[in-house]
Design a protein around this ligand. Structure first.
Ligand code: PLP
Length: 350
């Protein structure tokens, strides 16, 4: 188990000594007053005032819904912001490195490239399980973080808690577990473990089950020290006022009904896809998408495009030859997909 002092030693020296930008309204908490501090327009337009840089209301609702402290919550402009902050906080460009599983979410390597940080890819096992030993073997003294994604995109599988805990115990650096799809998994994920493992950062998002991809709102959960670093390095007003307002509003409405319909439709699709002879394998999924190995991914992808059905061709990714990733849609959309694959199988040329 890593102590907070050990986490502190992982932080880039320039970030460790950073003092936070204090925003105009940091010292005053009230809603009403005469605000002559931030050079805003005094004319009410609905948006003339800067938003709350600490997102206090939204964070406190999220914290109580998930049973964590508000000091353990970071909100970002999508989880993508939180991913980028991990690099900016912990990795000295041109020197440090991170390790990430492959195939997985593309943003980890995009962020690594942008920050001039080496990303060491470790292939999943052939059954997409976590190769803990090879991950540990890929790490050296300059490895600041390991990126995991569970349920993993695009493979759809979840990594057992015990396996991830072993990594948290044996790796002396940050372990990021991206749980963007956790709501579809039927499990609780690893949020509870941030208390015990100070090197754990959990990522979640409003973009998938919450249905708010357009608003750009992601969450990171970790111990208060790591969260304070993220809050210090982020842009002060990273979550705009409308996003904060609409997110608060939509949290009043449960999405359980939508999530269970998607899980039912996923099962339906898995069963239906298995019956096609052009389908070689349907990987079991704990997310809102299914990875399917087909006879010829490029050909099927083009055929589906010709039917105005857009799926994700993953054939070029590690371990994903001839695989396409299909997002579970509305029942009628899934029906159209199955009809189109039926036509593809019959050899229709468009
Ligand atoms: C979709 C997705 C996200 C969401 O990113 P946002 O920036 O919050 O929209 C994060 N991680 C993974 C693995 C994803 O597939």
């Amino acid at each position: 188990m890593m102590s907070i002092e050990e986490i502190q030693e992982l932080v880039r020296p320039n970030i460790r000594i950073l003092s936070p930008y204090s925003t105009a309204r940091d010292e005053f908490d009230g809603r009403v007053g005469v605000f002559l501090d931030a050079n805003e327009s005094p004319y009410p337009s609905g948006w003339n005032r800067y938003p709350d840089p600490r997102q206090k209301n939204l964070k406190s609702v999220i914290a109580s819904m998930l049973g964590v402290s508000i000091r353990e919550v970071f909100l970002g402009n999508g989880s993508d912001e939180a991913i980028d902050l991990v690099f900016r906080i912990f990795c000295t460009p041109g020197r440090d490195n991170v390790v990430a599983i492959s195939p997985s979410y593309g943003m980890y390597s995009v962020s690594a490239d942008i920050n001039d940080v080496e990303l060491r890819k470790v292939l999943l096992n052939a059954d997409f399980s976590l190769p803990s030993d090879r991950i540990l073997a890929a790490c050296d003294n300059c490895t600041k973080a390991v990126f995991l994604c569970s349920p993993n995109n695009p493979t759809g599988n979840i990594f057992p808690r015990e396996t991830v805990c072993r990594l948290l115990e044996e790796f002396r650096g940050i372990v990021v577990v991206d749980e963007a799809y956790i709501d579809f998994s039927g499990g609780d994920g690893m949020l509870r473990d941030i208390e015990k493992y100070h090197n754990l950062i959990i990522l979640r998002t409003f973009s998938k089950a919450r249905g708010m991809a357009a608003l750009r709102l992601g969450m990171a959960f970790s111990n208060p020290y790591v969260i304070s670093l993220m809050s210090m390095v982020k842009y002060p007003y990273n979550i705009n006022a409308e996003t904060q307002r609409i997110a608060l509003e939509t949290l009043q409405r449960p999405v359980d009904g939508q999530v269970s319909e998607i899980v039912e439709q996923r099962k339906m699709l898995e069963d239906a896809l298995t019956r096609f002879s052009c389908v070689r394998k349907v990987w079991p999924s704990r997310a809102n998408f299914i990875l399917v190995e087909v006879d010829d991914a490029d050909r099927m992808y083009d055929f589906l495009i010709s039917r105005k059905i857009i799926v994700r061709n993953r054939t070029k990714m590690d371990l994903c030859r001839n695989c396409i990733r299909i997002t579970v849609g509305l029942p009628e959309e899934n029906g159209k997909l199955l009809k189109a694959i039926e036509d593809y199988e019959k050899g229709y040329i468009r």
